[in-house]
Design a protein around this ligand. Structure first.
Ligand SMILES: [Zn+2]
Ligand SMILES: [Zn+2]
Length: 241
């Protein structure tokens, strides 16, 4: 695509007002999403206070069946909402490079939610890809979301603190029972000194079985991190609803 000079793109902005990163409706200059779309992505649902799994409103938020025997070592999962409806559609799109602006908007909304929930990590760490995948895909969704969160929270983004050392199969392609083995020993903390005694925020697009987050948490705590929190755009429920 032709690159526009700064004055030219400014002039085009005057003629073509900024539009919503999701529905293309006109928006105010500093708003990446229109009010309606923002509401769709941020509608609060009743969910488990630990793993963000949707639970019926009548159920106690601390009595989630998924968490009972999970032995999670991270503090909790913060998600914009369950992986369904428009949020699911958006997450499928943001994996494509053409939708980076939407990925950034999703990250900003997640950053706002973290601020609201008073989650205050020292460092932001996206789930890393294996280097062979990095060659094939220039952008990583987790990285784009993490970078937007780091901007909102004004906290450092560490892209190289952790490395994926094993070329794993895509978790979504495997049965839940095979997912922990697929990611076991898949990560390495490259700079343990950097994570030592720090509260780390791991960022990904979706949390479903939790195997990736659990394995990364294990590595980070072993390297001396004090706490780990997980932030994801959506909480996968394992069903297509
Ligand atoms: Zn919109
Ligand atoms: Zn739970």
């Amino acid at each position: 695509m032709m690159r526009l000079s700064a004055p030219l793109s400014w002039a085009i902005n005057l003629v073509l007002p900024p539009e919503c990163a999701w529905c293309q409706r006109a928006v105010a200059d500093d708003q990446p999403l229109c009010d309606e779309c923002r509401q769709v992505f941020t509608t609060a649902t009743s969910c488990c206070q630990r793993c963000a799994m949707p639970v019926p409103e009548v159920v106690d938020r601390s009595a989630c069946v998924r968490c009972r025997d999970a032995g999670w070592r991270f503090d909790r999962v913060v998600a914009l909402g369950p992986y369904r409806g428009r949020l699911r559609e958006a997450i499928i799109l943001i994996k494509k490079p053409a939708f980076e602006a939407l990925a950034t908007s999703v990250g900003q909304l997640l950053g706002d939610k973290l601020l609201l929930e008073q989650i205050n990590p020292d460092v932001i760490l996206p789930v890393p890809n294996h280097w062979t995948r990095r060659l094939a895909h220039r952008t990583s969704t987790a990285e784009t979301i993490a970078s937007a969160i780091a901007g909102r929270l004004r906290k450092p983004l560490w892209l190289s603190a952790m490395q994926r050392v094993k070329r794993t199969k895509k978790q979504g392609m495997l049965a839940w029972s095979n997912r922990p083995a697929n990611v076991q020993h898949a990560f390495r903390v490259r700079r343990p000194k950097r994570v030592a005694e720090r509260h780390i925020l791991i960022v990904d697009d979706v949390f479903t079985s939790g195997a990736t987050a659990a394995e990364m948490t294990r590595c980070l705590l072993k390297a001396g991190a004090s706490r780990v929190t997980i932030a994801v755009a959506a909480r996968g429920t394992g069903s297509r609803s």
